[in-house]
Write a protein that binds this ligand. Structure first.
Ligand code: PHE
Length: 341
C-alpha cells in the first residue's frame, strides 16, 4: 500500500473515533464506541497497529509517528467523553422562541415636517379660510420684480449691491438684466398682477435672502408671508381686520395688534405691524395700501382699483407660537430641537 494511503487511513480512523466519542450520549454508547476503536482484541486501532507489519521499512518511521499521534488523539477523545458523561447529563437549553407575535413591535422613527414648513401649511390654511389663495413665486429674481415695479428707483439704498445677494450671471444668460436672490416676497405681488386682471386675493410664502449677520433675530435667509388684495373698494380697515383675524387664529384670541406709521416704496400709506408679545410690542412685518405707481407698473388702473399688501416674517410667527428665542435654532438641523415639533 502506498504511504499516502496508509497515512490517510490513519487520519480517517482518528476522525471517526473522535466523532463517535463526542456523540456518545450515555455510558453504554461510550462503551460500545470504546470496544469498536480501542478494544484490546479486535478494536480498530489494534487492527491498524497490525497493519504496521506490512509497511515497507523505509516508510515505517513516518507511519509509526502518525500512528502514535492518532492513538493519542483517540485516547484523549475517549477520556474527554468519559469526563463529560461523569459531569452529568447535558443540560438541555430550550431554544429561544424566535418570534413572539404578541409583543408590541419596534416603533419606526418617522420623520416630520420642519417647524417652518408646518407653520407655512398652517398659515395657508388660515388665510385660505379668509379667501386668500396661494401664489408661487421665484427665489431668483430680476430687478424689475424685486425693485422697479415695486416703485424702488435705481438710487434707492435698498438696491445697494452690498445689501443684496446679486448673482454672477453672464449678460447673455440674463436677458432680464442682473439677477439676485429676492430680498422680499413682494416680488410675487408683481408676478401675480402681471399674470391676471383684478380682483386679486393671494398670499405667497417663501424664502427671502439678505446679507445680514446671523444673530438671535436675524438670519441671511428667512421666510415671509406676502399678502395682496386688490379690488374696487378696499380700505386700511380691511387690512387691519385681516391681520387681526389672522393673528387671532394663529396665535390665540388675545393677541393685540398695532399699526405704526412707516415707509415702503410700494405702499402708501405704509405701516409697521406689531403684535404684543411678552409685554413687548414685536414687529412682525410691514403693510400698507398698494401704491398707485405699482398698480400702474403692472397695467392696472389706479382709478378703478385699490389694494392692500402686507409682508410678515414666518420665523417670528413660529417663534412666538412656540416660545423659541433664537432664529438660528431652525437651521442647525439638530434633531433634538426639530423632534419637538
Ligand atoms: N416687503 C416688506 C419687507 O420685506 C414688507 C411689506 C410687504 C411691506 C408688503 C408692505 C407691503 O419688509
Amino acid at each position: 500500500m502506498a504511504l499516502a494511503d496508509i497515512l490517510q487511513q490513519l487520519d480517517d480512523l482518528a476522525t471517526e473515533a473522535v466523532r463517535a466519542f463526542e456523540a456518545a450520549a450515555d455510558a453504554a454508547a461510550l462503551e460500545t464506541a470504546r470496544v469498536e476503536f480501542l478494544g484490546a482484541k479486535s478494536g480498530r486501532l489494534k487492527a491498524a497497529q497490525k497493519l504496521m507489519g506490512s509497511v515497507e521499512s523505509a516508510d515505517r518511521p513516518a507511519v509509526g509517528k502518525r500512528f502514535n499521534e492518532v492513538k493519542t488523539a483517540i485516547e484523549a477523545a475517549f477520556q474527554a467523553a468519559g469526563e463529560r458523561l461523569a459531569a452529568g447529563p447535558r443540560r438541555v437549553v430550550p431554544a429561544e422562541p424566535q418570534f413572539d407575535p404578541t409583543l408590541p413591535g419596534t416603533a419606526v422613527r418617522i420623520g416630520r415636517l420642519h417647524p417652518i414648513t408646518q407653520t407655512i401649511e398652517e398659515l395657508k390654511d388660515i388665510m385660505g379660510r379668509l379667501g386668500f389663495s396661494v401664489a408661487a413665486g421665484r427665489e431668483v429674481e430680476d430687478e424689475r420684480h424685486n425693485f422697479e415695479a415695486l416703485n424702488i428707483p435705481r438710487e434707492h439704498p435698498a438696491r445697494d449691491p452690498l445689501d443684496n445677494f446679486y448673482l454672477a450671471v453672464a449678460r447673455q444668460a440674463a436677458p432680464a438684466g442682473p439677477m439676485l436672490l429676492r430680498s422680499q416676497t413682494s416680488t410675487v405681488q408683481i408676478r401675480v398682477m402681471e399674470s391676471k386682471p383684478p380682483p386679486v386675493r393671494v398670499i405667497s410664502l417663501g424664502r427671502v435672502y439678505r446679507p445680514d449677520t446671523a444673530d438671535a433675530t436675524h438670519y441671511p435667509m428667512f421666510h415671509q408671508m406676502e399678502g395682496l388684495l386688490v379690488d374696487s373698494r378696499v380700505t386700511m380697515a380691511d387690512l387691519k381686520s385681516v391681520l387681526r383675524l389672522f393673528a387671532a387664529s394663529y396665535l390665540g384670541g388675545d393677541v393685540h395688534i398695532r399699526f405704526r406709521p412707516s415707509f415702503f416704496p410700494f405702499t402708501e400709506p405704509s405701516v409697521e405691524v406689531d403684535y404684543h408679545w411678552n409685554d413687548q410690542w414685536i414687529e412682525f412685518g410691514g403693510a400698507g395700501m398698494v401704491d398707485p405707481n405699482v398698480l400702474q407698473a403692472v397695467g392696472y388702473d389706479p382709478e378703478q382699483v385699490v389694494g392692500f399688501a402686507f409682508g410678515l416674517g414666518v420665523e417670528r410667527l413660529c417663534m412666538r407660537r412656540h416660545g423659541i428665542t433664537d432664529i438660528r435654532e431652525f437651521y442647525k438641523n439638530d434633531v433634538r430641537f426639530l423632534r419637538q415639533f
